[in-house]
Each structure stands twice: as structure tokens, then as C-alpha cells.
Design a protein around this ligand. Structure first.
Ligand SMILES: [Zn+2]
Length: 226
């Protein structure tokens, strides 16, 4: 599970350069927390990963902002594939083991695995920074805005198994074909899976670098739950 710690995200003047979608100065209220493996999962990631971390003895990687949790016989090997410049390593390892992605009460806008497909398609990526006990470090290839990821949904309907767990809509998809279709989609059209929010600096930067002169598409809203 993703166990991201956005509270450890830091600002550095080294991030201010064209195409990086980076603020020219620290954002209001800037007060990063130094990452340690005991740091709670950021609330935006949801209550389930934090519960998994706290109560189920899951192992955790050491990426300062984009760590993952894992349990089971392959957990340590999966987590060991993560590097500062390849945060999606555990997702690639899970794909190679024949794993699935499980969307629990969320849609594809929360499907972190799609960032791996973007990376493998050659999409422009940005540089971010994180605070560690040793100081501020650069992190790369972390993926950016996922608000346009809902556009993958009709393209993977045949891969999707769905059930209800209480009030939650749960969907399960095999990683290998999911990621191959998403990679092919982005490789064929650099604007695919970008969001259409006018103020999105990240998607604007990707479009400017990867598809100069073109305009991002307008998406229909994500489909309502069945
Ligand atoms: Zn965006």
C-alpha cells in the first residue's frame, strides 16, 4: 500500500527551473517534518494505509515522501526495489510477480500504479525535495497530478472485477495488462491521462514539454458508481 508522507516534502531553490512546476518560494505555512519510518501516513492517503502501518506489522520502505507498506513472504524483496530516483520500484516488482491493484473505495484518480505507466512511457517528470534527519534531499520520477487518470477507466473495463465491501466499491485489476494499456496510451498521446484543470501547473508543464503547441483535452466527469 502507498504510505506517502507529504508532510516531509521540502522546498529547495534547486527545484526552481523551467518545466519543473515548482513554486518560486516555500508555500504558506511551510514546516516540513523530517522523515523516519515511524512517521504516520499522510491523511490524504486515507485511513486504511495508516491502519495497516500501525496495527498489522507491515514492513515499510524508506523513501522520504513516497514509501510503501508490504506484508507477506515477498514484502522485504518488493520494498527493496525502491530508490530515490525510482519510487515506483515496488509496483514494478508486484507486476513482475503477477500482482493486482485493488482500488478500495476510490477510483483511478487514486491509482498510484498509473504513475509507473507514465514513467515507462517516457513522460516528462519533475524533481521534488524531502526533509530527512540528514537534511534536504532531491527525489525524482515521483509522478505528479493524477486528476486525469479517470480516462483509463473505459479502456480497462474488461480487466476489472468489482464487489462491494460494506459501503465501499472495491475494484481489482491485474497490474501487467493495466500498466501496458496505460503505457501505450501515454506513448501514443503525450496528453493522455493529464487533467483539464486550468490551474494545474504539473499537467501544464508536462504538456508544454512533451506536446508543445497542443492543448490539453477536456475530460467528461468520472462515471458514477454502478
Ligand atoms: Zn493536473
Amino acid at each position: 500500500m502507498p504510505a506517502f508522507t507529504y508532510q516531509c516534502g521540502a522546498w529547495s531553490p534547486a527545484g526552481v527551473f523551467p518545466g519543473n512546476a515548482y513554486p518560486p518560494a516555500p508555500w504558506p505555512g511551510y514546516a516540513p517534518v523530517p522523515f523516519t519510518p515511524a512517521e504516520p501516513v499522510h491523511p490524504d492517503i486515507g485511513a486504511i494505509p495508516e491502519t495497516f502501518r500501525r496495527d498489522f506489522g507491515a514492513l515499510r520502505g524508506d523513501h522520504p515522501t513516497l514509501s510503501f507498506l508490504a506484508a507477506g513472504p515477498d514484502a522485504a524483496a518488493i520494498l527493496a526495489t525502491q530508490r530515490p530516483d525510482r519510487p515506483q520500484g515496488p509496483l514494478a516488482a508486484l507486476r513482475d510477480l503477477g500482482g493486482d491493484v485493488l482500488l478500495l473505495g476510490v477510483d483511478h484518480r487514486a491509482n498510484t500504479a498509473l504513475h509507473l505507466a507514465e514513467l515507462e512511457a517516457g513522460r516528462h517528470t519533475t524533481v521534488r525535495h524531502a526533509l530527512t534527519p540528514a537534511g534536504i534531499v532531491a527525489t525524482r520520477n515521483g509522478g505528479g497530478c493524477s486528476d486525469g487518470f479517470g480516462a483509463i477507466e473505459p479502456r480497462v473495463a474488461d480487466l476489472t472485477r468489482e464487489a462491494r465491501i460494506g459501503a465501499a466499491r472495491a475494484r481489482r485489476l491485474p497490474l501487467r495488462p493495466l500498466l501496458e494499456r496505460a503505457r501505450a496510451l501515454v506513448a501514443a498521446d503525450p496528453l493522455a491521462l493529464l487533467c483539464d484543470r486550468p490551474g494545474c501547473a504539473h499537467c501544464a508543464a508536462v504538456a508544454t514539454v512533451d506536446a508543445p503547441g497542443r492543448t490539453r483535452p477536456v475530460h467528461p466527469p468520472p462515471a458514477a458508481p454502478a
